[in-house]
Design a protein around this ligand. Structure first.
Ligand SMILES: [Zn+2]
Length: 379
């Protein structure tokens, strides 16, 4: 992983490079930051940089023998430990697996994109209902790997992702190793929640705070990745609050909600214009969605109403992502007032509850549409 593949974090990258130049690399370092700050990616890029045979312009070369292996995460001196658990329908016991059991999945996810969230990891492995952990078997595997000298590089690396998921047994096994690693061994830990790390582990590492991604870098990354207007890029940057994964999640959820937005718009237009035939035709379309989709749609409507109302109250900082949503909300905002907002909300809640309890969808949405027609005209 190259430093330049990681969004922003220029000052931290500079500091890391400086430790290599000055030959003062600490043997156990803890990179703490949000999942989308790039903390894990920075640890990997740092290891690659240390080993690169042709360092240049503040980054690894990406082409030397070492870099090629690092790019695929297959360098023999690069080791990983991360939370795992038994997968669904597997007969294996937890102690029979280690991080290595999932190393292929790990490489596949991380070589495609340098950011990874804990939730995505568990979903990918198929253990989403259980939390992963770093347990006894993993600690023993780490001990085993650290016995040998580096094979090819000057250093060998143990990168531990989410040390906060390490249980006490594992932590106790690793304490001494982390405190006094064998020669030329580096422990790089990447955590999102320092408060949950076992204290004895924490006290043996050097803390590196990975800050939120700066606004400019985030905007640049989003502008390159997505087809957004400058205003949309700005809004998305603000909502993401310096977290690359949050930005992607918001964008993807938003894309998925485009149909919801179109349906919401139709319903509001027909209701306001008292076009009952069109409203009932609209209901025919909505009932074709599954119940889960209908619930999500009702939730989406509540969110739109809430934010439109906020707009009406002239409170700044609303979170519409796209310009067309903002335009529509602007027009709609004059119809959502303190007089009707509660009733609109209640109508949506009632509909959601009836859908949940398997009520007749056609009746539920017809009632809702008629209620909206009534509530919008009264204002
Ligand atoms: Zn290189």
């Amino acid at each position: 992983m190259l430093f330049k593949e990681i969004t922003g974090q220029y000052e931290l990258k500079r500091q890391l490079i400086q430790t290599v130049t000055d030959k003062r690399i600490s043997h156990a370092q803890l990179f703490v930051g949000s999942e989308g700050s790039g903390n894990l990616a920075l640890a990997i890029a740092y290891a690659q940089y240390i080993c690169c045979q042709n360092k240049q312009d503040g980054d690894s070369c990406g082409h030397c023998k070492s870099c090629i292996k690092f790019q695929k995460l297959v360098h023999p001196d690069l080791h990983f430990a991360f939370p795992v658990n038994t997968i669904k329908n597997s007969k294996q016991k937890r102690d029979e697996i280690t991080s290595d059991s999932f190393i292929a999945e790990w490489r596949k996810l991380l070589t495609g994109f340098p950011y990874l969230s804990e939730q995505n990891w568990y979903e990918y492995l198929g253990i989403e209902n259980k939390q992963g952990n770093i347990g006894k078997s993993d600690a023993e595997a780490i001990q085993q790997k650290m016995i040998f000298k580096p094979f090819e590089a000057e250093y060998k690396f143990m990168i531990i992702w989410l040390p906060e998921r390490m249980n006490t047994t594992a932590a106790n096994k690793l304490l001494k190793l982390i405190e006094e690693p064998p020669a030329n061994t580096l422990f790089l830990l990447a955590s999102k929640n320092i408060d949950q790390i076992i204290k004895t582990i924490l006290s043996r590492t050097q803390l590196i705070r990975v800050p939120s991604v700066d606004t400019q870098s985030m905007q640049k990354m989003l502008a390159e990745k997505y087809d957004l207007s400058p205003n949309e890029t700005q809004v998305l940057t603000r909502l993401a609050a310096g977290d690359v994964l949050a930005a992607i999640k918001i964008y993807e959820r938003h894309e998925a909600e485009q149909d919801f937005f179109d349906n919401f718009k139709l319903m509001m237009r027909f209701a306001y214009a008292q076009k009952f035939v069109e409203l009932l035709n609209w209901v025919e379309e909505i009932v074709k969605l599954g119940r889960e989709q209908q619930k999500s749609f009702l939730h989406f409507c509540q969110q739109m109403i809430r934010e439109t109302f906020i707009m009406n109250m002239q409170i700044q900082n609303i979170s519409y992502l796209t310009d067309r949503e903002q335009d529509f909300a602007q027009k709609l905002s004059q119809f959502i007032t303190p007089k009707n907002v509660e009733s609109i909300y209640a109508a949506l809640n009632l509909a959601a509850s009836h859908i949940e309890h398997n009520g007749n969808q056609k009746i539920i949405f017809s009632d809702l549409a008629i209620k909206f027609a009534e509530l919008l005209i009264k204002t």
